[in-house]
Design a protein around this ligand. Structure first.
Ligand SMILES: Nc1nc2c(c(=O)[nH]1)N[C@H]1C(S)=C(S)[C@@H](COP(=O)(O)OP(=O)(O)OC[C@H]3O[C@@H](n4cnc5c(=O)[nH]c(N)nc54)[C@H](O)[C@@H]3O)O[C@H]1N2
Ligand SMILES: Nc1nc2c(c(=O)[nH]1)N[C@H]1C(S)=C(S)[C@@H](COP(=O)(O)OP(=O)(O)OC[C@H]3O[C@@H](n4cnc5c(=O)[nH]c(N)nc54)[C@H](O)[C@@H]3O)O[C@H]1N2
Ligand code: SF4
Ligand SMILES: [Mo]
Length: 692
């Protein structure tokens, strides 16, 4: 590297869950170039278009640079620049006022997708402040698989990509495009080159589906039915791992009796996959040892998620794939601070009973409030009034189901403060906007608390512009003014040292090392049993009444009953060029994907008189939005796949950035929610198309 740049090694972040090791070339406090690091243990040199463009978000002239106070009405777009001192003072006064009048629990602390350490510092602030209400998107993102896993087998089963698998099943996971939780496709693709087989369960023909031995083109929203049909075949044909089932599972006979009802022949009508293909692929999964299921987000995007997650964990268990190399494992964490102690969970022991969702009888161990229940609390004061919110790294007007209801919620709050790097539709509804520093502009640790058994160094590369502060610093200072100073550090980097302390490394030493990974340890149950009430994998739950759920997974119907007036099935997938609602304002990315595209089969388009490249209306019982038609011959003609997260920064504050026009969550509803996690239907929704 001989150019005039100085090169810093760090990890890409905040463009997805992060994880690619990168070399960053810097000149005069400006990032000039980003390259993949061939030695990166997860990415092996790979970087995606978002990673390459990630430097451009730092230098955009429209970025937020100073704290702002709202002048006009909410959403009017009129702001006054204020000092940090005034901003923190106003937030402190308002949150304290609400605490005095309604109790600390009336203040919500909201986070979107966890992007780095700030997530855990926010939980810490909420706990110290005394509010149990950390509102986050986990109801549709990872909590269902984690919590269902914990209740079924005592841990969250993640794929072990570090050892060879005979088969990897990408079940609703577009991992080569989404880099799900940093499980970067490089490791998987390496395995595929070495002979690992692929099976893909996805309505769209993804990159992996093209390489796969089996592609199961599933009807969106019917994963539950397919997983149960797999169990039916494997159990009826005696293909399960008898030794493991005999010694290490609880309730096998009950499960076997339950899944008798779900033959491939019967479930074929629901899933739109032929009985032969279901049978053959279920057999293939059973015979491949080890096999790993990489489960994706769409499993968690409908009200049946608990049953789906239970059925998938049962599949892993009965086929002997739990906690074996190359299977679905309990990742062993390195020696770092435990989450509970970092977030000071000890200060708020009554939290599980006090959180808003406890009132809705959700499953124990769901530690963040589902947004839909938060909104009900604000709007209807059930179970108690919620009056103020502090939000960071999130854009709920775009990302929470039922956007109109979200707008009503934001408008009803007495006080709202938002920390972001750009003025978003959500920030536009707040009272105070805080300008955050972002990736490359501060020292951070990646993957803490994600459950994959490693943490990654994300050292600072450049100074943040103007008055931008890292969220950790904002929270540290807010913590000091809002709560007792003894829980906070002189400098926010104290958080990083605190996480690393048990390892004996300083942050500097950690950066030199690049990452910390727990040692591989498998089949831990042999000495300790599974961490469940029965000590075994609970195929039938031994204490379902304690969890407010059914003992056995079941299929009770599609997430939404078919609706003749809305005959098409709506789903979506993450754009490879954006993160959720973020970065439509990064020109280099916008050029790659300028408008929201809804994918449909050409026959479907023709039946509606729609031409490719033209705008169309997508309608559900909830609302209508506009996106641009794009044809895909490999999509089922009964399905359309819309783009998600769209607003138009270029439309300006006067139009509130046109945030309703193409926003997928204008079409989603929060009326029916999954029992265990409060999950709404985001996929498998009845819809129709109209020519515009
Ligand atoms: N219909 C539908 N809804 C969905 C989904 C779906 O597939 N379909 N997916 C769901 C899932 S899986 C998730 S995780 C959620 C995501 O929901 P959100 O987390 O709300 O979505 P993001 O677009 O990631 O919002 C992030 C905001 O953080 C800002 N940001 C980026 N970096 C920083 C930073 O360093 N500091 C601060 N303070 N702000 C920063 C961005 O500018 C952006 O405005 O959406 C969920 N909603
Ligand atoms: N580029 C990019 N990467 C991201 C994100 C992003 O917004 N953009 N978001 C990050 C976050 S927070 C998350 S949680 C992960 C999510 O990462 P993934 O789990 O990969 O999520 P999705 O892209 O929502 O969906 C994956 C696949 O499921 C398919 N699918 C749609 N409906 C269904 C269905 O009903 N059943 C099945 N079986 N498949 C279906 C889609 O066609 C898609 O190919 O990605 C992370 N990475
Ligand atoms: S896959 Fe994710 S971590 Fe890797 S370069 Fe792209 S955005 Fe960054
Ligand atoms: Mo997510």
């Amino acid at each position: 590297m001989t150019d005039n740049l100085s090169w810093v090694k760090t990890h890409c972040a905040r463009m997805d869950h992060g994880g690619c090791s990168v070399w960053v070339g810097v000149k005069d406090n400006r990032i000039v170039k980003i390259k993949g690091n061939p030695d990166g243990f997860l990415n092996q040199g790979y970087v995606c278009p978002k990673g390459l463009a990630s430097k451009d978000r730092l230098t955009d002239p429209r970025r937020l640079k100073y704290p702002l106070k709202r002048k006009g009405k909410r959403g009017e777009g009129q702001w006054e620049r204020i000092s940090w001192e005034e901003a923190l003072g106003r937030i402190t006064d308002n949150l304290n006022r609400v605490r005095d009048l309604y109790g600390a629990r009336a203040v919500a602390f909201c986070q979107g997708m966890p992007k780095g350490m700030e997530h855990f510092v926010l939980i810490r602030l909420a706990n110290i402040f005394g509010s149990p209400n950390l509102v986050a998107v986990q109801d549709v993102c990872h909590a269902p698989r984690e919590v269902s896993g914990i209740h079924t087998c005592g841990f969250y089963p993640v794929v072990d990509f570090h050892h060879p698998s005979q088969l990897v099943v990408a079940w609703g996971s577009n991992v080569t495009r989404t880099n799900e939780e940093g499980e970067i496709c490089s490791l998987l693709l390496q395995q595929v080159r070495n002979g690992t087989e692929l099976m893909v369960v996805d309505p769209r023909k993804t990159d992996l589906a093209r390489k796969a031995r089996y592609w199961l083109q599933i009807r969106p929203g019917s994963d539950n039915a397919l997983a149960l049909a797999f169990l039916n075949v494997i159990i009826e044909e005696g293909l399960y791992h008898k030794d493991f089932v005999d010694n290490w599972t609880y309730g096998f006979a009950d499960l076997a009796a339950r899944v008798q009802a779900y033959s491939p022949e019967r479930m074929s009508g629901v899933t739109w996959i032929s009985p032969e293909l279901i049978r053959e692929s279920a057999r293939f999964y059973a015979h491949a040892r080890p096999a790993a299921i990489q489960w994706g987000n769409p499993i968690e995007h409908n009200i049946n998620v608990f049953d789906t997650a239970r059925a998938l964990t049962a599949l892993m268990a009965v086929c002997g794939n739990l906690d074996v190399p190359g299977g679905n494992i309990q990742a062993n964490e390195p020696n770092i601070a435990r989450l509970g102690s970092f977030v000071r969970a000890d200060l708020i022991p009554g939290k599980p009973k006090e959180m808003i969702h406890a009132y809705h009888n959700t499953i124990p161990r769901l530690m963040t409030v589902p947004p839909s229940f938060f909104k009900r609390a604000v709007l209807n004061e059930t179970p108690y009034p919620m009056k103020a919110a502090y939000m960071q790294c999130t854009n709920p007007l775009l990302t929470w189901a039922n956007s109109q209801e979200t707008q009503n919620t934001l408008e009803k709050l007495n006080f709202l403060a938002v920390s972001d790097i750009f003025m978003t539709p959500t920030a536009a509804f707040s009272d105070i906007v805080l300008p955050a520093a972002t990736q490359f502009e501060f020292n951070d640790i990646g993957h803490y608390g994600l459950g994959h058994g490693y943490i990654l160094a994300r050292p600072k590369v450049v100074e943040p512009p103007d008055e931008c502060w890292p969220d950790m610093k904002i929270l540290n200072e807010l913590g000091k003014s809002l709560t007792s100073g003894r829980y906070w550090f002189d400098d926010y980097e104290g958080f990083l040292e605190a996480v690393l302390e048990p390892s004996g490394l300083s942050y500097r030493e950690f950066v030199e090392q690049g990452y910390l990974k727990g040692e591989h340890r498998f089949e831990k149950y042999r000495s300790k049993g599974f961490k469940t009430p029965s000590g075994k994998v609970e195929l039938a739950l031994s204490k379902p009444e304690k969890l407010n759920v059914q003992a056995l997974p079941e299929f009770v119907g599609l997430p939404e009953a078919e609706d003749p007036e809305y005959p098409l099935v709506l789903t979506s997938a993450k754009s490879p060029h954006y993160l959720h609602s973020s970065y439509r304002w990064v020109d280099s990315l916008r050029r790659l994907n300028p408008v929201p595209l809804v994918e449909m089969h050409p026959d479907t388009a023709e039946a509606h008189g729609i031409s490719e490249g033209h705008e169309v209306l997508i309608e559900t019982r909830k609302g209508a939005i506009v996106q641009t038609a794009r044809f895909r011959k490999d999509l089922d003609p009964r399905v359309i796949c819309a783009a998600y997260g769209w607003w138009f920064p270029e439309s300006g504050a006067e139009t509130q950035y046109d945030w309703k026009r193409s926003n997928l969550n204008m079409l989603t509803s929060t009326r029916t929610l999954g029992r265990a996690f409060g999950t709404p239907n985001l996929k498998g929704i009845c819809c129709r198309l109209k020519k515009k």
